[in-house]
Ligand binder design. Sequence first.
Ligand SMILES: [Zn+2]
Length: 382
Amino acid sequence: MLLLRRGDDGPAVAEIRATLVTLKLLPPATGSGRPDVFDDAVEHAVRTFQQQRGLITDGIVGPATYRSLCDARWRLGDRNLAYLVSNPMCGDDVYALQERMLELGYNAGRADGVFGSQTEHALRNFQRDYGLVVDGMCGPGTLRALRQLSPRARGGRQVFLREQENLRNSGPRLSGKRIVIDPGHGGQDRGVFVAGVAEADLVWDLARRLEGRMVATGMEALLSRGEQVCPAEADRAQFANKAGADLFLSLHTDANRSPLAEGVSTYHFGTGQGTTSSTVGEALAGFIQRELTARTGLLDCNTHPKTWETLRLTRCPAVRVEVGYLTNENDRRRLLDPAFRDIVAEGILVAVKRLYLLGENDQPTGTFTFKDLLQYELAKAD
Ligand SMILES: [Zn+2]
């Protein structure tokens, strides 16, 4: 696994420097300094880049940051874009194309920077409508047409509007809804490991508690992994896509160098820039955050948009909850208590219920019980 940090040097560092210069995050190298050293300035630029991209801001270039840097090099028009089935094209140029298609009212799927079949389909429709050669490829002719047109609905993000529509159409009952619960890490990857406590085990247990409650309400709950395995993030997203899931819920616990860091935060898909954000994901993250802080007393660390793979590559609304810091003694002690994990599972379930009720529920946050919920489901079943 590639990991580059301050003090490293070599051709890979030179490549990263060059990319950061292109992105205007780093001034071009002067004659005196070596252009292949990972120095303070590079670290600072990497941190800025990570912050802009919703990545973990650690100043280290690992696989996720490296991939984002590669993607960021491409500007729309730099190359022809097409759907390559076995090796899909990725990059900011694909992202820009998808955004443009969505602005024009073509369903290119969620703008994820990956040229997939849906992007091709949308592009073909566009080419057909505008009398271009219908080849599903974005070359100079198509690009010119895309640039000349003014958006039909500026800022209208079709995919996210469709998510809202699906939610409204699916009705308030939980029964029949298909949820993928994604316990983080697993197998060899123990996640955060502090004082003999492993994140992988805690979130596995939490996932099972949530699964049990969901099944009791008539929902279809699927786990993204077995107890002893750790699928890649992209595979977890694929699992949800293949299952046709309505929602994707990823469960993690957090860590920090400071033992004082504590609390719960929930993440949904979004770039943090402009209007590209999953509105349903954001709403669900908000419900989860409010229920969990009201029920557990964990510190409220808010909801945040992120472009993490599981959030980006799932076709359904997806959220990730970081339930407490294992590096914080108080949070860790509470997470070790099975009764506490029951409360967390119940809070998440009620948050899902609130999402499907479209917020139309007068039970104050934190008071809707599992029993209430079952009664509600039974009443609606008549
Ligand atoms: Zn984790």
